[in-house]
Design a protein around this ligand. Structure first.
Ligand SMILES: [Zn+2]
Ligand SMILES: [Zn+2]
Length: 322
């Protein structure tokens, strides 16, 4: 399914009560749109439940309740494209207000709302931020939300999301597996289905392809061997890959039955790719870390281990030109 060009950018946007309350100053320098290549920005790196995490009185969260860290935002990417004068969010997280505000700053405030939001699936960290677009908050009009068929149906048929559709706060833009959405002549977004706990929707990752470079974004997936694709081959096709880093290893989850929380451990992903040349391994930027993941702390032994093995941990505020 090809979308010819961005006619919906001209959809009039009505912002009601545009107040972000205690919105966080994310200290990102504003910059204006220009004709430079599209850029990916990391707007969040944490798993759905955020950090600090509700009910957690362990060392990972205790101090964060006293002194919240501005860089602990739920997983999201921003995409800013000068040629089409557009900007996009990947995921609508519970931290949407701050991430939206940051994306605005990255476009020099020239676009007051994103030109669209791409969703991966219906787990709380990935779509629940849509609530901020409704009449109790922004009362936005016509924000394009890109979603796969089951995800679209889920939003249409279940309140409160169905109200966003009925009131045209959002406009659902249907996606199909592996069919590119053409954002401009030099930028496309391709959804790729991945296996996951799909209670309410299917799950996709995205390949974001720019004029010079491309990025793979898979924040949630079951173990790599349950995917019908080969991770190393997928990695070869891109220049950077933001991959599921929910848990570091089995010890972190107390050796729980992983059928309840199936994710590849970071150590498994690293083992799986360890025979690749350093250039390939260095493309991996781990993202979507649970509050317990030691790699959220740059001074941890696990963080050092990841870097020593040639991989990276995605950092809030990172950018990558496509
Ligand atoms: Zn998630
Ligand atoms: Zn915690």
């Amino acid at each position: 399914m090809l979308w010819p060009s961005f006619s919906w950018i001209s959809i009039p946007i009505v912002l009601c009560a545009l107040t972000f309350g205690s919105s966080v100053d994310l200290t990102v320098a504003s910059r204006s749109f220009d004709a430079s290549p599209p850029v990916i920005h990391v707007l969040g790196t944490v798993q759905d439940g955020g950090s600090p995490h509700i009910g957690c009185d362990r060392i990972c969260c205790r101090n964060l309740f006293l002194r919240p860290a501005l860089d602990r935002q739920v997983v999201s990417l921003g995409l800013v494209d000068g040629e089409s004068q557009s900007s996009f969010l990947f995921e609508a997280t519970p931290d949407l207000p701050a991430q939206w505000n940051q994306l605005q700053k990255l476009t020099g405030g020239e676009i007051s709302i994103p030109s669209g939001i791409f969703l991966t699936h219906a787990h709380m960290g990935h779509y629940s931020g849509l609530m901020h677009l409704g009449r109790e908050a922004m009362g936005a009009q016509g924000v394009p939300v890109y979603a796969m068929p089951r995800m679209t149906q889920f939003l249409k048929e279940n309140g409160p999301w169905s109200q966003l559709v009925e009131l045209s706060n959002v406009v659902l833009m249907p996606l199909a597996n592996e069919e590119a959405v053409h954002i401009s002549s030099q930028l496309q977004v391709v959804p790729i289905e991945v296996p996951h706990r799909d209670e309410f929707s299917e799950t996709v990752g995205y390949r974001i392809v720019g004029p010079n470079r491309s990025v793979l974004f898979i924040p949630d997936i079951n173990k790599w061997d349950s995917w019908n694709r080969d991770l190393a081959a997928e990695l070869r096709q891109v220049d950077r890959a933001y991959l599921d880093a929910t848990f570091y290893d089995a010890a972190e989850v107390g050796y729980r039955d992983m059928s309840e929380i199936p994710h590849p451990f970071m150590v498994e992903t690293m083992d799986c790719l360890q025979n690749l040349p350093e250039k390939e391994r260095s493309k991996v930027h781990f993202i979507h870390m649970n509050h317990t993941n030691p790699c959220l702390d740059e001074s941890s032994a696990a963080y050092r281990e990841v870097r020593e093995r040639g991989y990276h941990i995605a950092k809030f505020g990172d950018s990558f030109t496509l």
